[in-house]
Design a protein around this ligand. Sequence first.
Ligand SMILES: [Zn+2]
Ligand SMILES: [Zn+2]
Ligand SMILES: [Zn+2]
Length: 367
Amino acid sequence: MLGSLHQIRSWFECSTLDDLLDYILQRELYTFVKNQFSSQEHQLLTFWADNYCPSSVPTYICNPPNHPICIFNWELIAVLLSRVGVVKQERFLLQKQRLTYEGANITEPISQSEEQLVFVDSHFHLDQILRRMRLRNFQHLQSVVAPGCSQYFYYGVANYVFPSRWNNWNSDVGFARGVYVSFGIHPHLAAEGVSKRQMDQLDSLTDSHLCVAIGEVGLDYTTTCICRPCRNPSRCKEEARRNQEEAFINMLLLARRKGLPVIIHCRDCGDGSAAKRTLELILHHNLAGMKFYRHCFEGTIEELTVWQQLPTIIFGVSGKFIRDNTALEVIPRIPPHQLVLETDSPFLVPVRMVSSKPPMESSSDCR
Ligand SMILES: [Zn+2]
Ligand SMILES: [Zn+2]
Ligand SMILES: [Zn+2]
């Protein structure tokens, strides 16, 4: 659970994350705690019980190794573990008890299946990764970037959004397990207009048993026209938007006919206008009841709230957004059932310190 660090810090009067970690360590994380909580800890547990526990909790028991603060933020326990040294880390991993969501009586044994680390990449571009890395197929990619780790890659959706690469999907995926595909036309290309032939081809591609969605599709206001030099930028912009909207609606209708979810791409210069118009189109065509995946979500709290009005919506966040300051406020407002992680690999490299890695290599982002 990614709770608000700000809130926890203010309750415990710790101005920095380090102070908070010191506090947890001081509280003798590794000893049994029962009804000996400080008033701040009590406040935290009450908040947790009120908001997240299915039934009321008369007493709080915390077994080692977890401190109640760690229920609220997975990042804390991760940082904490990296600080306590190998001996205590091993002791933690061997513990039979852990915090659970079942109630504040935190004594559930750890089940084996929960412990295996797996990677799920809800959105990546296999065709582009293979092309750039000059590799044959997904298995080849795995053998190069993560030899011996193939069992950790659990599930992923490879988006095929460039019609010229559509026919490669079968050989790209090869015999890989857990790799599913989606087909769509990226807004950058849809801006130039989508032909009837392309729509027909898309229609038949989506019949594949590995196709789980249509997309990514949507509106991108950063698209530039292909004329060099451009004699009439405003007309080109108008035309691009009209083409994107028309293609988007046609692909939404196709998805509805096929009963498939839609992976949505909205991008603009940061004013939220593309997302706003995208939602307008969905509502205007009475398509709000469909299943949507807002890929690479980087919006504000307001934008999130408006999109959360759709009955079935999930939001994909990437490593880039996780490092963004606004994400600290926005991500905690996305409930777990609406949140998925994605790399958008091999794209998304504009921020310093962030590399766009092939899916199973992004362990730091996925955790
Ligand atoms: Zn132009
Ligand atoms: Zn995208
Ligand atoms: Zn993408």
